[in-house]
Design a protein around this ligand. Structure first.
Ligand code: FCB
Length: 419
């Protein structure tokens, strides 16, 4: 295998993904509010949540400031510098999100200055030869909308599609690929089943409702965006987990997998079938499911967040998508690795499996590593470091990590040389 070169299809898209709230800084949305109300609590709870080695390695987790997104990476002002780095690293595509709360901070009033800002962001990508993938909703929303129930309010779909239509109309000359929603099932599980994210509900009925509201939001937005230009390519970012029974011979474990698979991987896709021009796949998790009791993972090779690293899972997921007969983009895949010890291998191993899927006829057309630079990881705050580029949150300096250079070699040559 050593020295073997895995060539990727012509025009393959190589890049990274970010989300507005995690990198821009200076946002004012439902999460900003929630962070202020919960930072102290999250800092206190850290000792119960993380293992000793994690607590030792990342003492920031005990500081309430870790949980306030604040100025984040100041990417709102530094996007050109960041895109210069991405370009120098050989990326020919980039996924980012528009912050809805900037565009429509008051219901029905759309801020031309902010729309102009995102036009400049898009142009900055275009002049650098990078194809933009624009996410319209990466979880944060204007305060007026969260105050009337957010994704639990059936009108969310109307508000969202109105905003989506406006963005497509105003910015469409610079964009081909639109990602309506980011990981609807992450919001459903984290906000409405486990109650960890705002608005912190644990209510199965709300969860069921949010499936429908978000599916409706995607379907309506799809219709509105396509109405503006049939050539736009529209999809939603779907987090897919590779799951298998803990005991392969256990009938009950297999049933548990079916149930889990339905809610985590299948249900949402079913609700929006026929309203996708491409599939956007995000892969982070491998789970071995057991019918009774807690799911137990081997977790031998893990990230700083103790998420298991299991590259083969992406292959299994991709193979499973063949039946949809749509182009596929991997719009997120990455790991928290502050020391950058595992990142290069992580990327290469996932790419080996993606390449195998391509060879077997799966139409994968792009890969976006999460993330371009270290950023604000939601309820965990700043300590998990996902970036190809290290962010210094004191000075806001950027430092390219060695793994970024390894990934750059692959992007520039459109091929992976096995070592
Ligand atoms: C994904 C999210 C993204 C980031 C990564 C680590 O589920 O879409 O914003 O937090 O996880």
């Amino acid at each position: 295998m050593r020295g073997k070169k895995l060539k990727f299809p012509e025009n393959f898209l190589w890049g990274t993904a970010t989300a507005a709230h995690q990198v821009e800084g200076g946002t004012n949305n439902d999460w900003t509010q929630w962070e202020k109300d919960n930072a102290e609590r999250l800092a206190k709870e850290a000792s119960g949540k993380w293992q000793a080695w994690q607590q030792e390695k990342f003492p920031e987790m005990f500081d309430p400031k870790n949980y306030i997104s604040g100025r984040a990476c100041d990417h709102y002002n530094r996007y050109e510098e960041d895109f210069d780095l991405a370009k120098s690293l050989g990326h020919n595509a980039h996924r980012f999100s528009i912050e809805w709360s900037r565009i429509e901070s008051e219901e029905g009033k759309f801020d031309e200055k902010e729309i102009e800002h995102y036009r400049k962001v898009l142009q900055a990508l275009r002049v650098r030869g990078m194809e933009p993938f624009v996410t319209l909703w990466h979880w944060t929303m204007p305060l007026w909308l969260s105050e009337i129930g957010g994704v639990e309010n059936a009108r969310f779909a109307d508000y969202f599609s109105r905003y989506a239509s406006l963005m497509a109309g105003k910015l469409g000359s610079e964009v081909k690929f639109w990602v309506t929603l980011n990981e609807p099932t992450s919001v459903i599980s984290n906000s409405y089943v486990f109650g960890n994210w705002p608005p912190q509900k644990k209510n199965i009925f709300s969860a069921q409702k949010v499936y429908r509201v978000l599916a409706d939001a995607h379907n309506k937005a799809y219709f509105e965006i396509k109405k503006i230009d049939q050539n736009f390519q529209v999809g939603f970012a779907n987090i897919l987990q590779f799951i298998e029974p803990l005991n392969k011979n256990s009938f009950l474990d297999k049933i548990a997998v079916k149930i889990f698979d339905y809610y985590a991987n299948k249900k949402f896709l079913k609700l929006v079938e026929d309203k996708n021009d491409f599939l956007a796949v995000q892969y982070y998790f491998h789970n071995r499911i057991k019918f009774f009791g807690q799911t137990k993972n081997d977790n031998k090779i893990i990230s700083d967040l103790s998420w298991e690293i299991y590259p083969e899972g992406i292959y299994r997921i991709l193979k499973d998508l063949k039946k949809y007969n749509l182009p596929i983009y991997v719009t997120e895949n990455g790991l928290a690795d502050a020391k950058d010890k595992k990142r290069a291998e992580f990327i290469k191993k996932h790419l080996v499996w993606i390449h195998k899927a391509i060879e077997e006829g799966i139409d994968v057309r792009g890969y976006f590593y999460w993330s371009l630079l270290d950023n604000f990881e939601w309820d965990k705050g700043f300590w998990p470091r996902f970036g190809l580029i290290e962010s210094n949150y004191e000075t806001l300096e950027r430092k390219v990590r060695p793994s970024a250079l390894e990934y750059a070699k692959i992007c520039k040559k459109n091929e992976l040389e096995l070592s």
